[in-house]
Write a protein that binds this ligand. Structure first.
Ligand code: CA
Ligand code: CA
Ligand code: CA
Length: 251
């Protein structure tokens, strides 16, 4: 085909296209104009209803998910945090034992003797929370790797302090605590016997005196007889009850 032929054909095609576009536009006006309002109203109604259903469905799924998440956080959050703190502290105590070939004593005045250092802590002003206070001091003792605890993991329910710091733990006799604010309980194996009848005095998050005892199983056998026990008094702040959190299974 020559160029001449193409230029002659083109206007005819353009006219045809233009004509058919006019036809379509005209028929669109004829057909669409009277019914557009009705159709869009009907469509709006239909979509609104379906949209409401979909949105309600999405909202109920989201709300349900959020409620489940909040419930899990409220119920499991503190428990989870407490388990983590116990697991971490237990591992540090085990490292401490490997390092000094002794477990941390439950008496802060004995740490110097156990570690073979000349440092001797004075006798604390009170006997509250002494096991876990001694652990905290021991974990910062010279010769042991540095230890980190988050602010939420520490408390001082009995607000006591040493007159002079003996370690990087500082003067305050801090306790490693659970997520409800009670000190964790620590028993060196040597404590099991003496605390079987009368446990040491701990001050829980409510400010109540409680007397935790070494945990025993249903057969009345001590857990961890040759090492130590560390546990949380749980949400009720009462030791040796069902809600206590122990790093060993009590099933
Ligand atoms: Ca104390
Ligand atoms: Ca204290
Ligand atoms: Ca409890």
């Amino acid at each position: 085909m020559s160029n001449h032929n193409m230029t002659r054909v083109a206007p005819a095609g353009t006219r045809t296209v233009a004509a058919s576009t006019r036809d379509v536009a005209a028929s669109a006006r004829n057909v669409a104009a009277p019914t557009r309002g009705e159709r869009s109203t009907a469509r709006q109604r239909g979509f609104s209803f379906i949209e409401i259903l979909i949105v309600m469905g999405i909202i109920s799924v989201l709300v349900g998910g959020v409620i489940v998440a909040i419930n899990m956080w409220v119920q499991k959050g503190p428990e989870f945090a407490t388990k983590n703190t116990i697991t971490k502290t237990k591992a540090l105590i085990e490292d401490w034992e490997r390092n000094f070939e002794m477990l941390p004593p439950s008496d802060v005045t004995k740490i110097g003797m156990v570690t073979g250092s000349d440092i001797k802590a004075q006798k604390p002003d009170n006997t509250y929370n002494e096991g876990i206070e001694a652990v905290y001091q021991a974990l910062f003792w010279p010769g042991f790797k540095s230890t980190d605890f988050g602010g939420d993991e520490l408390g001082n329910t009995d607000e006591d302090e040493l007159k002079k710091a003996v370690s990087k733990a500082g003067v305050k006799l801090m306790e490693i605590r659970d997520a409800w604010g009670s000190p964790l309980v620590y028993f060196h194996r040597d404590d099991y016997g003496k605390y079987q009848e009368d446990g040491p005095v701990y001050l829980n998050f409510r400010g109540d005196d409680v007397r935790p005892k070494p945990w025993r199983n249903e057969a009345n056998e001590l857990y961890n007889p040759s090492s130590f026990q560390i546990f949380s008094m749980g949400p009720d702040g009462e030791p040796n009850t069902e809600d206590d959190i122990t790093p060993w299974s009590r099933d």
